[in-house]
Design a protein. Structure first.
Length: 263
C-alpha cells in the first residue's frame, strides 16, 4: 500500500487518509479502509460528503475544542447516523496555537519550540485522555472510524500513533504515517494562502519556514510525546492501561483490527 493509495483526495477536507494497512509481525497487517484520519470537515463540498458517506463510518471522533467546533462546524453526509464523539469539558479558551501566534516572533525556531512543548503536554491533557479513551471504546466494535482535529496532524497524529503502537506496527511505519501529513496536507499549494491569512490576522508576516512548520509535522515532535509518556507513565503500555486498555482489551483490539497480510 503506497502513500498515495492511503490518501483520499477531497476538495474541501485536507489530510484525509487511511491509517490502516501497515504490516505487523507474524504475517499480519492492520485492516485497511476502516481507520481514517483527516483535518476538519467545515469546508467539505457536497462531492466530498458523498465520498465520505461511501466509507460507512460508524463513529467520528472530533478532537477539537468547543471554540474550534463553533468556528468551523462540521458538515456531515445527509442521513449520517454514526456516533460523533467530542468533548466540551467546559473549556472556551482559544486553541493554544492561536494564542501562541499572537505572541510569537513568527520564526521557525519559535514554532519548533512551541510544538515540542505542545507534544510533551498533549498526551496528558484531560480532554485528550477522555477522548482517547472513548475512541478506543469505539474501536472495540471493529467498524469504520474517523478521527480528526483542525489540521489532522497533531492531536490526530498522536492518537493514530498510539493506535499503531498498540497494534504492533513497526516504529518506522508509525513515523512514516505521522509524517505523511507533509504530503497529504498539500502544504505547497496552501502555503501562499495560509501566509496571507496569517499576515492579515496577526498584522505581521510570518516567515515561510514558520508557516511550513505550522502546516506540517516533524518526527521529533512525536518522539517528544512518546518520551514524555514514558517518563510520566513508565511506558506506553502503562499509559494505555490508564485509558482502560489492559492486556485482555489490547488482545481483543488486535484480534479485531489485524488480518492476514495477504487478505
Amino acid at each position: 500500500m503506497t502513500p498515495e493509495d492511503r490518501i483520499l483526495p477531497l476538495e474541501g477536507v485536507e489530510n484525509f487518509r487511511d491509517y490502516g494497512g501497515y504490516a505487523v509481525p507474524g504475517g499480519l497487517r492492520v485492516v485497511r479502509r476502516r481507520l481514517w484520519r483527516s483535518a476538519h470537515h467545515g469546508a467539505a463540498t457536497d462531492d466530498d460528503l458523498a465520498r465520505i458517506a461511501g466509507l460507512g463510518l460508524t463513529a467520528v471522533v472530533d478532537l477539537r475544542r468547543p471554540t474550534e467546533r463553533a468556528n468551523q462546524p462540521s458538515r456531515r453526509p445527509d442521513g449520517f447516523a454514526g456516533r460523533v464523539i467530542d468533548c466540551d469539558a467546559g473549556d472556551q479558551a482559544e486553541p493554544p496555537h492561536v494564542a501562541f501566534l499572537r505572541k510569537t516572533d513568527l520564526s521557525a525556531e519559535s514554532a519548533r519550540a512551541f510544538f515540542l512543548d505542545y507534544y510533551r503536554k498533549a498526551p496528558f491533557e484531560a480532554r485528550h485522555l477522555e477522548l482517547f479513551g472513548r475512541y478506543f471504546e469505539a474501536l472495540d466494535m471493529g467498524r469504520p472510524v474517523l478521527i480528526h482535529c483542525t489540521a489532522g496532524k497533531d492531536r490526530t497524529g498522536l492518537l493514530a500513533a498510539l493506535t499503531h503502537h498498540l497494534l504492533g506496527v513497526d516504529e518506522a511505519d508509525l513515523l512514516a504515517d505521522f509524517e505523511l501529513t507533509n504530503r497529504a496536507a498539500r502544504i505547497e499549494t496552501r502555503l501562499p494562502q495560509v501566509t496571507e491569512a496569517m499576515t492579515e490576522s496577526l498584522g505581521r508576516r510570518p516567515s515561510e519556514t514558520a508557516v511550513r512548520a505550522f502546516l506540517g509535522v516533524d518526527r521529533t515532535y512525536l518522539a517528544e510525546a512518546f518520551g514524555a509518556i514514558r517518563r510520566e507513565a513508565g511506558s506506553v503500555e502503562a499509559y494505555l492501561a490508564g485509558l482502560g486498555l489492559d492486556g485482555a482489551r489490547v488482545e481483543h483490539l488486535r484480534r479485531t483490527w489485524l488480518e492476514p497480510a495477504q487478505a
